[in-house]
Design a binder for this molecule. Structure first.
Ligand code: SAM
Length: 236
């Protein structure tokens, strides 16, 4: 179901050791044009929101996430930004008072993997199909007609290990399953494992992802692809 509690204390150091390029991610989001409000689904520790808040101090910015321990870090990071609000919710049931012109997820609840010339594959933190329907149904209620949903694009997952900026060794292992895969994340300080987390992901072909999303009003919009860091969907 996408709980990141185990990883939370080490999330920032792993991600900022080259896992994601936050500066470029934020540039891509901003190139969507002007917006007065924006929602990040699966905002984690708020690394993207902090940069967005600095660059769009007048926009109303909301971050939602399932994992309280990730949000605790985000709250500290974002406490000096009055235009940011954070909410602990599961996408499947989430409710907010407003509709958004722009919603996005980068590695959050949903994202895409593009492997060379192959069609994009959608990856979901929700392993059950019915839960994905529920999640998109809820999201659909929160994006205004004509609004945009951006889902981040990443390269293919593979097994590797490497030393990160604090000297610890990060490793990940992917195991294929029937409707997706399981990813094991580890962090080791010399011989001692300081973090272990396992997440089960569901995968959708591009055609199935589009069909699922169309049901809830999100139509793929190739014009919103920008620099290929996100795929864009327009809310009907
Ligand atoms: C890889 S992190 C990405 C965080 C952030 N977007 C970033 O770029 O650093 C994935 C986040 O999605 C959240 N998440 C997973 N399943 C969720 C769900 N069902 N509802 C809300 N958030 C969820 C996790 O708690 C986690 O913080």
């Amino acid at each position: 179901m996408g709980d990141y509690t185990n990883m939370s204390a080490y999330y920032d150091v792993i991600m900022t050791s080259g896992y994601y390029d936050y500066e470029k991610i934020v540039q891509s989001i901003l190139s969507d044009g002007e917006f007065t409000n924006v929602l990040e689904i699966g905002c984690g520790t708020g690394l993207i929101l902090e940069e967005l808040a600095k660059q769009r101090p007048k926009a109303s910015i909301t971050g939602m996430d399932l994992t309280e321990a990730m949000l605790d870090i985000a709250r500290k990071r974002l406490q000096s930004f009055p235009n940011v609000s954070l909410t602990q919710q599961n996408i499947m049931q989430f409710k907010l008072e407003q509709q958004y012109q722009l919603a996005f997820s980068y590695g959050g609840v949903w994202y895409f993997v593009i492997d060379g010339d192959k069609e994009p594959v959608m990856i979901s933190h929700l392993p059950d199909d019915a839960d994905n329907h529920q999640g998109f149904a809820q999201l659909g209620k929160h994006v205004s007609a004509g609004g945009t949903l951006l889902l981040g694009v990443q390269g293919p997952h593979f097994d590797y290990e490497r030393v990160i900026s604090n000297g610890m060794k990060y490793s990940q292992k992917i195991l294929a399953g029937e409707d997706g895969f399981t990813k094991h994340y580890y962090l080791a300080d010399e011989a001692k494992t300081v973090m272990a987390q396992t997440i089960k992901y569901r995968t959708y072909s591009f055609a199935d992802a589009r069909k699922l999303m169309t049901t809830y009003g999100f139509e793929y919009n190739p014009d919103a692809d920008f620099d290929k860091r996100f795929l864009g969907f327009t809310k009907q």
